[in-house]
Each structure stands twice: as structure tokens, then as C-alpha cells.
Design a protein around this ligand. Structure first.
Ligand code: FES
Length: 182
């Protein structure tokens, strides 16, 4: 198996070719926030929380670390001002949904910090159901601000045997919705 050597913050890292920057970071004790990534499904690159700065030769750019594969000689910075600015913007985008619901339901703090209280549309359950279970029992409906997650009641029996998506859901929405659907 061939390997690549590169720099991440102050560490020199060696990783198998094909390893994503997010995986390499985790294996080396470097924290990069992520929401739509799980080892159980293929990388998706949806939430953009895992953005990092990559310098290759003279070129520096911001990439999603969950889909970008480690390359020989690159320099990766996981916590620059630019990276933090992007993460702050993503958190801002999520804020109205989360705080709006928190107000409506009288939630002032979370016992499950730092998890969210609602579906954050990360798509982990949808991808797991499609890629691994090949069922499509959980799916997205609508686009943009109208996008929502749905469960097919017709597949209740298969779902009650599986429930693998429950452990992937950071906000607990899927558990709540499954309870209402079946
Ligand atoms: S974890 Fe990389 S885009 Fe969501």
C-alpha cells in the first residue's frame, strides 16, 4: 500500500494514499468539526463544517476535508482565521432554525451539547439507507429552505428491524419521526 507524507498544522503525517484529510486528522488526534460525515457511508461534502486550508506549491485554497484526499507534500491548516470565518458562517446559517425551535419548545440549554435539537439535513440517514441498506425508506423532499426529511411508512417493518440510522442522527430527529410514523 503506497503512502503520502504531508503537513497538518505542526505535525508531519503519513497516510495511506486515498485517505481523506478528515480521516487523517482523526487518526492523528487533530479535531476538525464535521456534521455530515460517518465511516458507515461514503463522504458527501454537504455541511461544509469540515473546511480546511490546503497549500499545494504556490496555491492555497479552502477544501472540504471529508472528501479531499491527502497528497504528497501538501500543507494543511485546520484552524486559520479564514477557516474559522467559514465555520462561523455555517453556524450562523443553522442558527435561526435551531434557536427558533428552541424558543418554540422552551428549550434553554441542551443536555446533549453540542448536538442539535432538530434535523440538520446532514443526509447521513438517507445515505445509509440508500447505500448500505438499499431501501430508500428515508429520503429528502423539496429543495432549499423547503427541504425536509421523510420516512416511508410502507417500509415500517424493515425499519423496525434495522434502526441503524438512529445512531447516525445527531439531533435525534429520526428517532422522534420514526416514533410518529410507525
Ligand atoms: S463533514 Fe465534510 S462537508 Fe460535512
Amino acid at each position: 500500500m503506497s503512502t503520502v507524507t504531508f503537513q497538518m498544522n505542526d505535525k508531519t503525517i503519513q497516510a495511506e494514499k486515498g485517505t481523506t484529510l478528515l480521516k487523517a486528522a482523526r487518526e492523528n488526534g487533530i479535531t476538525i468539526p464535521s456534521m455530515c460525515n460517518s465511516d458507515k457511508v461514503k463522504p458527501y461534502g454537504a455541511c461544509r463544517l469540515c473546511m480546511v486550508e490546503v497549500t499545494k506549491g504556490k496555491r492555497t485554497r479552502i477544501v472540504a476535508s471529508c472528501v479531499y484526499e491527502a497528497e504528497e507534500g501538501i500543507v494543511v491548516r485546520t484552524d486559520t482565521e479564514e477557516v474559522r470565518k467559514i465555520r462561523r458562517m455555517i453556524i450562523e446559517l443553522l442558527w435561526p432554525t435551531v434557536t427558533g425551535l428552541a424558543k418554540e419548545y422552551g428549550v434553554e440549554s441542551s443536555r446533549f451539547h453540542p448536538k442539535t435539537v432538530d434535523c440538520n439535513l446532514c443526509g447521513l440517514c438517507v445515505r445509509y439507507c440508500t447505500e448500505v441498506r438499499k431501501l430508500d425508506a428515508v429520503f429528502f423532499k423539496g429543495r432549499g429552505l423547503d427541504r425536509e426529511l421523510c420516512i416511508l411508512p410502507e417500509l415500517a417493518k424493515e425499519c423496525s428491524f434495522c434502526k441503524e440510522c438512529h445512531s447516525l442522527c445527531s439531533g435525534g430527529w429520526i428517532v422522534h419521526q420514526a416514533g410518529q410514523t410507525f
